[in-house]
Design a protein around this ligand. Structure first.
Ligand code: EPU
Length: 419
């Protein structure tokens, strides 16, 4: 296994370009199986999760071809309907094939995702929605076995707005008979990007980006060429990297509109954030003010930025309260940050951060994707060396992170962990 070593204390300066969004690319690549032909996706990030989704598609018999950041998915070549355990356990988002397989082939066998480090993350709302659309669903031997002659449009209410649940049902509805209405749907930009893709493929969709999405299914969908939207979480992570190193960074190729809550909170912390024609210009101010944050579904503050924002608050001049309302166990990074000198108390879904304690480098362990990002950020701000083990988590969702940070002046490198 590999570890990343960060030598802290260097000010980040310069320009960084943002990659395509992992969480937009995953459902959009999968939507390729809905068309009877070859779709082309551009600006696809080179990530471990993207390689997993390509393996998943290949396992369905689908021809997938990659050339740099361009990926072709030939939906006409689909042969199988099974997403096996070894792929789903590597990446929970594999469950996104369930709706499209049912809609396209009338059957799907998908391993049931288990819990993960950040929470139980059930998929009951995905299944409930598909049942409403007429699917017969059985859970046996750790697999979801689903069948439907042709899915039928239905009115579905989500008890909780779920991102991949909304995406799964939107893809199923795009080939279903009649109209499907999704109420209390997720409003994330990645949901909107998928809706735009499905619309260009021939489905009629209104309301994406609002809590009510209406999808009129088509008999067949056509292949498309799509550019993946920029990654808003990678953007936010580089904003914090600039802020915690007293830096001055221009973040290009991003979409500030997708980050309003993050920009608002980072500015409240005293960091200068200018919306530039090229992207976001982030300049650290004199000192960091403490700010309270509560994670919420979009357009609220994203849970995927909570760990990184906590690092900023570790350096702030007072107490801040961080509430996590999306996942029940998303404070795992706290114990590692404490080992670096942070003073953080956790009670239930609330963390109270006493800022201003100096961070010092330490050996720490990555536990999930965003937690690992927070440890790299803490390492950048800390005195001395931070060694982050289990970095395969970071490779799931940050393209070339060491290279991008090094180009801004950070000093970090990857080595083998000693046994
Ligand atoms: N939930 C249920 N039942 C369901 C579905 C969800 O109870 O059937 C609950 C979840 O347990 C959670 C809440 O609803 O408490 C919201 O979860 P959601 O379904 O929205 O999460 P997700 O779709 O599994 C996506 C992202 C996550 C991101 C969350 C929240 C992808 C591939 N993943 O997950 O991204 O944290 O939305 O915004 O889009 C990451 O990139 O690091 C990551 C974890």
């Amino acid at each position: 296994m590999e570890k990343i070593v960060v030598e802290g204390g260097r000010r980040l300066e310069g320009t960084v370009a943002i990659s395509g969004a992992k969480n937009a690319a995953l459902p959009i690549l999968i939507s390729g199986i809905l068309a009877d032909g070859c779709s082309v996706y551009r600006n696809v990030p080179d990530l471990r999760d993207i390689r997993t989704v390509m393996a998943l598609l290949k396992n369905l018999g689908v021809h997938v071809h990659t050339n740099g950041d361009v990926v072709e998915v030939d939906g006409a070549s689909i042969k199988n309907h099974e997403a096996p355990y070894n792929l789903v356990k590597t990446m929970r988002a594999s469950v996104l094939v369930l709706g499209p397989l049912l809609a396209r082939l009338g059957k799907a066998r998908v391993s049931l995702p288990g819990g993960c480090a950040i929470g139980a993350r059930p998929v009951n709302l995905h299944l409930k929605g598909l049942k409403h659309m007429g699917a017969d669903i059985r859970l046996e031997h750790g697999y979801i076995d689903a069948q439907a002659d042709r899915l039928k449009g239905a009115c579905i209410y989500f008890d909780i707005p779920t991102v991949t649940g909304t995406e799964n049902l939107m893809m199923a509805a795009a080939l279903a008979e009649g109209t499907t209405t999704l109420k209390n749907a997720a409003r994330e930009p990645e949901v909107v990007a998928l809706a735009e893709t499905l619309t260009r493929m021939g489905a009629r969709i209104t309301g994406a980006g609002t809590p009510e999405i209406v999808i009129s299914g088509a008999k067949a969908l056509t292949p498309v060429t799509v550019d993946i939207i920029p990654d808003r979480i990678e953007t936010g992570t580089f904003m914090i990297a600039a802020a915690v190193t007293g830096g001055d960074v221009l973040i290009t190729g991003c979409k500030p509109k997708h980050l309003e809550a993050v920009i608002h909170k980072v500015r409240q912390a005293g960091v200068k954030v200018e919306i530039d024609p090229k992207g976001l210009h982030v300049v650290a101010g004199n000192g960091i003010s403490s700010v309270d944050v509560k994670t919420l579904p979009y357009p609220g503050f994203p849970t995927d930025m909570q760990a990184q924002f906590m690092v900023l608050m570790c350096l702030a001049d007072g107490l801040s309260v961080i509430s996590e309302t999306i996942f029940e166990n998303r404070f795992i990074h706290v114990c590692e940050l404490r080992r670096m000198g942070a003073e953080i108390k956790v009670s239930g879904n609330t963390a109270v951060v006493q800022g201003g304690r100096p961070l010092t480098g330490a050996p720490v362990m990555a536990t999930d994707l965003r937690a690992s990002a927070s440890l790299i950020l803490a390492g950048l701000a800390a005195r001395g060396l931070t060694e982050i083990s289990r970095v395969y988590h970071i490779d799931r969702g940050y393209e070339a992170i060491e290279k991008k940070l090094a180009a801004l002046g950070a000093r970090l490198w990857r080595t083998r962990e000693s046994p």
